[in-house]
Structures are given as structure tokens and as C-alpha cells.
Design a protein around this ligand. Structure first.
Ligand code: NAD
Ligand SMILES: O=C(O)C(=O)C[C@@H](O)[C@H](O)[C@H](O)COP(=O)(O)O
Ligand code: ZN
Length: 366
């Protein structure tokens, strides 16, 4: 069964199509977009090994002329060198203004393909085919694209919306369990900041730490409600002038942890999980939410098999300066997204760095 979630935007709306086996309909669904023939299919070797042939067959049968571009795997390669590789492939495949890039992969491939598409020939269409849970529920939707700078996470980028998102939940069967859990961090995020009912459903489930432990209904709920939450927020505030900042819940500290550990010790979802625990603790000390809500958040994060402590390799004194390059900084003040209850959050610049330091120290793993 196919379910469709619209992302309504002033310039160009698009659809998120969620359908088991949807990968085989990629070409057919792209036929309706009015694109030229040439397609650059961007992926990485392990994902291409699993799904490249099917994606190419689907696109070719629909009349597209496809060339693959395979980038090295991993967050450490989310940089301008990989973007250069996409540009070189775009040139070699003679992409034109009407051509399209297709991202087949996790959030790293999606963010980089989107950025290359935003900038090559001053802007090409691109389509997201997310293969990780995290990319399905978050990264493939909303048009934040970009790469890391040596000094910080996602500092180089552009807003560029995809023309279509195709989610085939069947591909999750090959996703490593650790990466599944990383995706659950962003799902829990929606439960905390936006959708209390989603939180309650996750809380009531016996297990949420691996794909096989979920009922088909719960997986469907996770995918649809997360995409709905993201679509609603992005439709209200495409370029993060206001409410979209809530989607950054857990990311202020999370991004600092990722960057300080060289993008290898913890993955994005794990860093966000720790960041949410930190934000929950800050909210508690600022009387924004209560002990019960804070404990429920921590327990759900633990149930998802995610970390709740800052890795011991990270020094709190190193976190504070990194926060200054967070994209939410305004007039030199770090702004935090903090929860006010399960299902709602606010953004504030009232967190003093002097109180933050000892609080973060209590969260460092021993
Ligand atoms: N643009 C946004 O709005 C947004 C939102 C959230 C996260 N992000 C970004 O997304 C990235 C994290 O994404 P991620 O968690 O998908 O990481 P990722 O892209 O590195 O993928 C995780 C790992 O899983 C593998 N993988 C993916 N799908 C697979 C499958 N079906 N079968 C087997 N292996 C598979 C990948 O090869 C990789 O090794 C970060 O760079 C983060 O900044 C962006
Ligand atoms: O879509 C958004 O907006 C988000 O903040 C979603 C986040 O999960 C995602 O990690 C995003 O890439 C972070 O954006 P950044 O602007 O803080 O780099
Ligand atoms: Zn994120």
C-alpha cells in the first residue's frame, strides 16, 4: 500500500511516497516531474551493491539515461572533496539544466546530493530515495542540504527542496541495527517537540531498539507520523526563520559532540540522543518542564538502545567554544531548543554558559 504525504511550499510542493517495493516504481513516479532524460544516481558502494541495480532498472525502463556516481561511505566524507566528485560525474555524464540527481542512500548521501544539485549549473532537480531510517524520517525531507567544514557540522550548505521523496521501507532490512537505532533518535525527537501521541505509542511499545522488534503497524506509524511532523514544520517555515528551529532539538550539543569526536566515534543519531538528554536536563534546571517528563524522555532514549552520556573522550571545556558556531546563534548568544512538555518545545537564549558547564560535566561518561 502506498501512502502519500504532501510537503506544501509556496514555490514548489512535493510528495513523500511511502510504499513497500517503491524502489521499483522510482522511474514511473519520476516520469510525472517533467524532467529531462539524464539522471545522475548518487550513492555509496555498499548501498549501491544492495539497491543500485533495481534503481537503475526502474529508471531505465521509464526512459531515463542513468549514470552512477559512487562516493566513499561515512560522515567523515561529508565534505567538499565528495561534492567535487559529484560535479566531475555531472560533467562526465553531460547533465543539463533539465537533468536530475537522485540520492540513493542515508542522510550523508542525501545532504551531499542535494547540495551538489543546488549548486551545479545553478540548480538542478533532485529526488531523494532514503535508505536509512534516519534519512526516511528526517534528512530526505525539508531541503536542508550541505557538508561539514573542518570547524563544524553542516556549516556549508543551501536550502534546496527535493522534487520527490520515495521511501521503500523494505530496504531497512539490510540496515545495520546501530543505524536503525540512530534513526530512532530523530523519531523520539518528533515525539518530544511536536507529536505527544507518537511519544506515547513509542513509550507503550515493548521494544523500539530494532526493526524486527516493531510491529508492521508501529513501523508505519513511525514513518508516517515523523514525515508528517517534518512536513508540517517545513511547510510553516521553510528556511528556519522561526518554528523550524525546533527540529534542531538535541542538535546544539549533539553537533558539537559529533564534530569533537571527528565524526567517527558516535553517529548523528547517537549524538542527537545525548543532546536531547542534555537539553532535557537544561530544561529541568530552568523549570521549563518537570522531573517526570525528563525521566520519561531519558527512559525512552535508553529503551531505543541509544546513549545518554557525553563520551568520555569529549572535554566539556571544548564543547562550549564549538557552540558559538551553531547556526542558531543570534547576536552572539547561543540559542537552545528546550522542551516544555512531552509534545512541545521552545527556543531560548536564556541559558548562561556559566551554568551550562557544570551541568554538562554531570553528563560525561566515567
Ligand atoms: N538534511 C536534513 O534535514 C538532515 C536531517 C537529519 C540528519 N541529516 C544528516 O544525515 C546524516 C546522517 O544520516 P544517516 O544516519 O542516514 O547516516 P549515513 O548516511 O552515514 O548512513 C548510515 C550508514 O548506514 C548505511 N546504510 C544506509 N542505508 C542502508 C541500507 N538500507 N542497508 C545497508 N546499509 C545502509 C550507510 O552506508 C552508512 O554506513 C548526517 O550527516 C546528518 O547531519 C540531515
Ligand atoms: O530539518 C531541520 O531543520 C533539522 O534541523 C533537522 C535535523 O535533524 C538535521 O540534523 C539538520 O541537518 C540539522 O541542521 P543544522 O542546520 O543544524 O545543520
Ligand atoms: Zn538531525
Amino acid at each position: 500500500m502506498k501512502s502519500v504525504i504532501p510537503v506544501e511550499l509556496p514555490n514548489q510542493s512535493y510528495e513523500i511516497a511511502i510504499a513497500p517495493g517503491g524502489l521499483d516504481f522510482l522511474g514511473t513516479w519520476m516520469q510525472g516531474l517533467g524532467l529531462g532524460q539524464r539522471v545522475l544516481l548518487v550513492s555509496n558502494p555498499p548501498i549501491f551493491e544492495h539497491y543500485g541495480e533495481r534503481a537503475i532498472a526502474s529508471l531505465t525502463q521509464a526512459g531515463f539515461v542513468v549514470s552512477p556516481c559512487l562516493l566513499p561511505e561515512g560522515e567523515q566524507h561529508k565534505n567538499l572533496a565528495s561534492i567535487q566528485q559529484i560535479y566531475d560525474a555531472a560533467l562526465a555524464h553531460h547533465l543539463e539544466r533539465s537533468s536530475c540527481m537522485v540520492a540513493l542512500g542515508g542522510g550523508v548521501i542525501g545532504d551531499m546530493t542535494g547540495f551538489a544539485a543546488a549548486t551545479w549549473l545553478r540548480g538542478l532537480a533532485f529526488v531523494q530515495v532514503p535508505t536509512s531510517l534516519l534519512a526516511m524520517v528526517d534528512a530526505s525531507v525539508g531541503g536542508k542540504t550541505g557538508v561539514n567544514h573542518p570547524q563544524g557540522k553542516n556549516l556549508i550548505g543551501a536550502f534546496h527542496q527535493p522534487r520527490l521523496v520515495v521511501i521503500d521501507p523494505d530496504v531497512l532490512n539490510t540496515l545495520p541495527e546501530r543505524e536503525f537505532r540512530a534513526g530512532m533518535a530523530e523519531v523520539i525527537k518528533y515525539g518530544i517537540i511536536w507529536d505527544a501521541d507518537l511519544f506515547e505509542q513509542l513509550d507503550a511499545a515493548p521494544r523500539v531498539d530494532q526493526l524486527q522488534a516493531l510491529s508492521p503497524e508501529l513501523l508505519q506509524t513511525i514513518l508516517t507520523r515523523s514525515c508528517q511532523a517534518k512536513a508540517e514544520v517545513v511547510s510553516q517555515d521553510e528556511k528556519e526563520a522561526g518554528v523550524r528551529a525546533l527540529l534542531n532539538y538535541g542538535h546544539t550539543i549533539g553537533h558539537a559532540i559529533e564534530s569533537l569526536t571527528g565524526y567517527s566515534l558516535v553517529n548523528h543519531g547517537e549524538a542527537v540522543a545525548v543532546g536531547m538528554v542534555a537539553a532535557g536536563a537544561i530544561a529541568l534546571t530552568h523549570n521549563l518542564w518537570d522531573e517526570t517528563a525528563n525521566t520519561r524522555q531519558t527512559q525512552l532514549i535508553e529503551k531505543a538502545g541509544l546513549p545518554t552520556q557525553i563520551p568520555s573522550a569529549v572535554r566539556v571545556d571544548d564543547i562550549l567554544p564549538v557552540l558559538q558556531s551553531d547556526k542558531k546563534v543570534k547576536d552572539g548568544k547561543v540559542r537552545f531548543v528546550l522542551p516544555t512538555k512531552i509534545g512541545a518545545a521552545t527556543i531560548t537564549s536564556q541559558v548562561e554558559m556559566t551554568t551550562l558547564r557544570p551541568l554538562l560535566q554531570t553528563l560525561v561518561a566515567s
